[in-house]
Design a protein around this ligand. Structure first.
Ligand code: PTR
Ligand code: PTR
Length: 307
């Protein structure tokens, strides 16, 4: 982690932005055949945010078509730790719940609001009020309780498969203070949220007892924003980097972003989000006493000088 601090000091904001541009300029390492099929085109929220074939989540053919704009992404020493996906559309909410059912997911992380600046960013695929419910195809989604915090809202949902009458619990975690076109103003709220999400996943897995024996970290955590690349990629990058930091005391932000991008194309969308990952990781290390306070004077200025 000291190396990261050193690098951040040397590169400054401008150097990191340049590094991000290099990552971004690399050509995609996969095909988008399914995302481009005629029947699937309207299932993509953004025509320019498609999903790779090789890592896509394939829905069962038993209940409809198999395409959803969602990719498996590996975590720290954990294959398929996450599913990165777009904010469901009215047309794809049913597929979204089908994916959660088929993959046995327990926790959903949402890092956008449904409306931002007067524009719809994500469908209302769950009820934001207690004791109400919605139906999507074979699924009934009931909101049991809601807990509103300053930076995030947690909803306990009950997902019922109407074909089998089986019921499962899903925990919905919405981070509400991530401004669109940007990054959170301080990392602490985000880091705190991330910690709580992990604890929830761990507790839910434990509560299911033997179901996840042999896979103690459980099913993938579903992470989405609007397009499922910018804020979603930032969240996953931080989660992976923090896991590694806690395990062996080191971090590789660039490598992590490149790896994520090889599974979910375009992950991390803005230069600021790449910079944020560095600053947040340092803030985390300081808060955990892994580093003494770090002086980043000149981090922002350097950019004007070094041209
Ligand atoms: N996609 C735009 C671009 O870089 O060309 C910018 C952009 C960035 C648009 C973020 C939207 C973004 O996120 P949000 O869904 O919060 O508006
Ligand atoms: N075509 C959209 C744009 O560039 O504005 C695609 C897009 C939208 C990309 C939102 C990223 C976005 O941000 P996020 O992944 O954080 O929702």
């Amino acid at each position: 982690i000291e190396q990261i601090v050193q690098m951040v000091k040397e590169l400054g904001r401008k150097g990191l932005v340049k590094e991000y541009a290099e990552i971004r300029n690399r050509a995609p390492e996969g095909t988008f055949v399914y995302a481009r099929m005629r029947n699937n085109l309207t299932k993509n929220r953004y025509t320019d945010v498609l999903c790779y074939d090789h890592s896509r989540v394939v829905l069962s053919r038993d209940d409809g078509e198999d395409y959803i704009n969602a990719n498996f992404v590996d975590g720290y020493k954990q294959k398929n730790a996450y599913i990165s996906t777009q904010g469901p559309l009215p047309k794809t909410s049913q597929d979204f719940w089908r994916m959660i059912w088929e993959q046995h997911c327990l926790v959903v992380v949402m890092t956008t609001r449904v409306m931002e600046r007067g524009r719809v960013k994500c469908g209302q695929y769950w009820e934001p009020t207690e004791n109400s419910s919605l139906e999507f195809g074979n699924f009934h989604v009931r909101t049991l309780s809601i807990e509103i915090n300053e930076d995030y809202t947690v909803a306990s949902l009950e997902l019922k498969n109407l074909k089998t009458d089986e019921i499962r619990n899903v925990s919905h975690w919405q981070f509400t203070s991530w401004p669109d076109y940007g990054v959170p103003s301080t990392a602490m709220a985000m880091l705190n949220f991330l910690q709580k999400v992990r604890e929830k996943q761990a507790n839910m897995v434990k509560a299911l007892g033997d179901t996840w024996a042999g896979h103690p970290r459980g099913p993938p955590i579903v992470v989405h924003c609007s397009a499922g690349i910018g804020r979603t990629g930032t969240f996953i990058t931080l989660d992976i980097c923090i896991s590694r930091l806690e395990d062996v005391g080191t971090a590789d932000i660039r490598g992590t972003v490149e790896k994520i991008r090889s599974q979910r194309a375009y992950s991390i969308q803005m230069p600021d989000q790449y910079v944020f990952c560095h600053l947040a990781l340092i803030e985390y290390a300081v808060s955990r006493g892994m580093l003494k306070s770090v002086d980043l004077t000149g981090f922002d200025d350097r950019d004007e000088d070094s041209d």
